[in-house]
Design a protein around this ligand. Structure first.
Ligand code: N01
Length: 544
């Protein structure tokens, strides 16, 4: 490497490193640890926020907690870290995840190499020097041989361009940029727009405090109870005793959860047996509901049995039949959009201070000074909460204004949708690695499992370059074309592309190319492909 182990201050204001990492969430922290402590490189993380945590730094909305269970929504690379950290709840709340990541940053001495409050606004590759120049909002400049984006998949807030928002007399917030001091809803009339995982988590908590809550729903959603609760010592001891097995199971699974997925079809058991299996999964709670049968995302008729089970639950929980009908999804199948889990979401609509507005029947026309105006009514509000999701996967990357060889902009190269090889690299952008980018399993997995795989692969790849006296790696156009075709093929083999309103397809952001972005072939399969590519001398990449 150019300056192994040391930061070099070149003449002028440019600071040089072996690698610059953008983002200090789960992926950035681990990537720093690997490159600095395992390879001895000089590395700096540039992070826009004033603290570590990535997604969890920003998502502090009421009810924000992880949908993966705490004992596997965490790193697995350090046994000591596992042994010293104690999770308190089945699903960790955002505060607890931030405490965990703060602990990781301290425990591994990472903070000295993290520069907070630093928003990257540009990155350009100098073909002659073979280096990236990274610029920040404050006008700082950095140079590095490797640029690694660890910007998360769901970090660019999607605030719909509703006419009149600026005229609103009350306060409005997006859940993904929640104020640190919190929001007091006491005595206030709140409008919540959006019923994805976030809106479904937030609605019951807001309803408990607010004078009145109006939920504006565009697409009705399926949700399964989370059944959150405190963890006890017996469970923690079980996790400790089975840590290796849990880790192996998560790594060998299709989506990074340590679940046993039975080798049975939903269609090969009797209706009574199927009902009993769904009922047990409903009582147990969580994303494991999706793992009750092997074919819920492969066979429409099999999926319909799960979808109908949840629809019946909604009808049985929600007392007002008209509200229940509006809350019942009919335009897509269960889990073809990211499945939420909840604590009393459907029950919330039985409260006197909660009402549901079906935006399919009466779309929002504008925001007025006094509230939200739909086609037939104005709803007076003091606070509007946008739980309207993110410009997922590509949004955070394009915001960096990355320019590769010959000055070509990533946004132009991806104008018809992302084109990557393994989700790790894009032709024309040498030495740029993307952690959990489009074309990788990313958002279809329990993220820490996908992140650890990516970080370790990138680290091994950079070590390989160094050991071979090479300085550059770039995906070939042929390999990227082949991979894009494979990503499409993998999606088409599932029911996932059938949900036309899914953010997996970019459908939630007006004007975004509609392409199925994550790799649906399974994390275990993806890991095997990445290992095979590396073992074959980085097949599909040009090295020099
Ligand atoms: O966002 P979403 P989210 N007018 O895009 C609606 C992760 N997550 O923040 O479905 C009116 O899913 C939109 O309607 P439609 C998780 O991966 C993780 O809830 O597009 N409504 C939808 O109802 C999740 O999937 C955890 O028709 C508009 C909602 O807003 C991802 O984040 C917790 C609208 C947006 O739903 C995103 O979830 C929470 C408009 N103009 C979230 N635009 C964990 O536990 C959008 N909507 C880790």
């Amino acid at each position: 490497m150019d300056n192994p182990g040391a930061e070099t201050l070149a003449a002028g204001p440019v600071r040089r490193y072996d690698a610059i990492i953008v983002g200090a969430g789960f992926s950035g922290l681990y990537q720093l640890y690997q490159l600095r402590d395992r390879l001895g490189l000089s590395v700096r993380i540039l992070e826009a926020a004033d603290g570590v945590g990535g997604t969890w730094y920003w998502n502090r909305y009421p009810g924000a907690r992880c949908d993966s269970e705490s004992h596997y929504y965490c790193y697995s690379f350090s046994r000591e870290l596992d042994e010293e950290w104690q999770w308190t709840e089945r699903y960790p709340e955002h505060t607890e995840i931030r405490r965990y990541l703060d602990h990781v940053a301290d425990r591994f001495g990472l903070r000295s190499d993290i520069q907070l409050g630093t928003r990257v606004t540009g990155a350009a590759f100098d073909d002659h020097a073979g280096r990236w120049t990274i610029t920040t909002q404050a006008g700082e400049r950095f140079e590095a041989r490797f640029l690694i984006t660890a910007v998360g998949c769901l970090s660019t807030a999607n605030v719909p361009a509703v006419a009149g928002l600026e005229s609103f007399r009350g306060q409005w917030y997006h859940t993904g940029r929640w104020p640190h001091e919190g929001v007091d809803f006491t005595g206030r009339r709140v409008g919540l727009i959006g019923t994805g995982s976030t809106g479904i988590q937030a609605a019951p908590v807001i309803a408990e405090q607010a004078a009145h809550l109006t939920v504006f729903q565009r697409t009705a959603n399926y949700s399964v109870p989370a059944r959150n609760g405190p963890l006890d010592d017996e469970f923690r001891a079980w996790v400790r005793a089975n840590a290796q097995d849990l880790r192996r199971k998560a790594q060998e699974s299709s989506n990074g959860h340590p679940f046993d997925i039975p080798e049975r079809s939903a269609l090969e058991v009797s209706p009574q047996e199927r009902e009993a299996i769904y009922e047990a999964a409903w009582q147990r709670g969580g994303l494991r509901f999706r793992a009750t049968f092997k074919d819920l995302l492969l066979d429409q008729a099999a999926n319909e049995t799960a979808s109908e089970f949840i629809r019946a639950k909604i009808r049985s929980i929600v007392k007002d039949p008209e509200t229940a009908a509006k809350l019942t999804p009919t335009d897509h199948l269960y889990a073809t959009k990211r499945p939420p889990i909840d604590t009393n979401y459907f029950e919330t609509f039985n409260c006197d201070n909660v009402r549901l507005v079906d935006l399919k029947a009466t779309p929002i026309e504008s925001i007025m000074p006094e509230g939200v105006r739909t086609r037939d009514t104005t709803y007076p509000l003091d606070v509007i909460v946008f739980a309207t999701g993110f410009d997922a996967l590509t949004g955070p990357l394009l915001a960096l204004d990355i320019r590769g060889r010959g000055g070509q902009a990533l946004k132009d190269v991806w104008s018809a949708g992302p084109r990557t090889y393994l989700g790790l690299q894009t032709p024309g952008f040498p030495n740029l690695f993307t952690i959990t980018g489009p074309g990788s399993p990313a958002v279809l997995t329990n993220m820490p499992v996908a992140i650890e795989q990516h970080v370790e692969w990138i680290t091994q790849c950079i070590a390989h370059l160094r050991d071979c006296g090479l300085s550059r790696i770039e995906a070939t156009p042929e390999a990227a074309s082949g991979w894009v075709a494979h990503v499409n093929e993998a999606a088409e083999a599932t029911l996932l592309p059938m949900a036309s309103s899914s953010w997996y397809l970019g459908a939630n952001v007006p004007g975004k190319p509609q392409v199925f972005m994550p790799y649906a072939g399974g994390m275990h399969h993806y890991r095997t492909i990445c290992d095979r590519v590396a073992n074959a001398g980085y097949q599909g990449f040009a090295l020099r």
